[in-house]
Ligand binder design. Sequence first.
Ligand code: TXA
Ligand code: MG
Length: 315
Amino acid sequence: MNDLTTRTFASDATGLSEAAEILVSGGLLAFPTETVYGLGVDARNSDAVARLYAAKGRPSFNPLIVHVSSVEVAERYVEFDDTARALAQAFWPGALTLVLPLRANAGISPLVTAGLQTLAIRVPNHPVAQGLLDAFSGPIAAPSANPSGQVSPTTADHVLDHMTGRIAGVVTGGASHVGVESTIIATQPKPTLLRAGGIPKEAIEDTVGHALACAGDSAAPSSPGQLASHYAPKGTVRLNATTVDAGEVLLGFGDVEAAINLSRSGDLVEAAARLFDALHQLNAMNAHRIAVSPIPEHGLGAAINDRLRRAAAPR
Ligand code: TXA
Ligand code: MG
């Protein structure tokens, strides 16, 4: 699998049109989004999707998010209800994924949905992702561009560290400014939070007008990708650490002395943007035992803590 030449594309018009050719020919192309770097393929091409699962080492029951350029294009693939329309209006383009009924004859590969009758779809808020969607003019299925179970990439270098030789190319576009993946919401049978992410749950509840159900509640749909151990750095992870034991490296938050601090000022937006890069750095430092400062559970803290609990889960 590690025998491809991985090309790097600039995000100018020439780079994007060459990069789009890779998608057209069924290749695997990493690209920046505002949340994390995605590993994209043509969502209509089952061969390409199968090679994507192989490159990620991903369990095939874990379906993918399709990226499109606008809500109008999304309507070709999924059926919107009133709640979905209101959420798309409020948060697209942006870090929100909607899980909606797949239209018959949408032409999306069944490997993308892993056989489900619903499709996860979003409109990314990143000029390079939008430029690529324009140049390709088709739906791009893209999980985060990391090997399954490992830390998500927020720079082209993170992608190249793990995926060189396994993918045809990466489009460069700086650091992903949100830094955690999209929030995933299903609207049927009732509005449900499937994954905490870049748009805080509270903001979504304001638009929906009531509290969201959570995956795991009875009658709530579940997100098959929510494996317990995920986002794992190489070292062990201890959460809510208010002291640091001998041999531990502190991943700090707030006004603490730490090897790496997610946000000295206690800003959750800054912490989310730095999270995955910090986990990559801890790997590079060979940190065997990682202690993590307490992080509040509100706003983007819910997404950060979700990723950290998975990083800390028994493997
Ligand atoms: O920010 C993001 O969402 C990034 C960027 C690249 O867009 N993508 C991303 O994809 O995080 P991935 O593949 O790492 O996560 C996709 C999640 C998984 O948890 C999967 O189970 C869930 O979406 N999912 C996909 N289709 C679904 C469906 N039909 N029903 C429920 N959950 C679904
Ligand atoms: Mg992922």
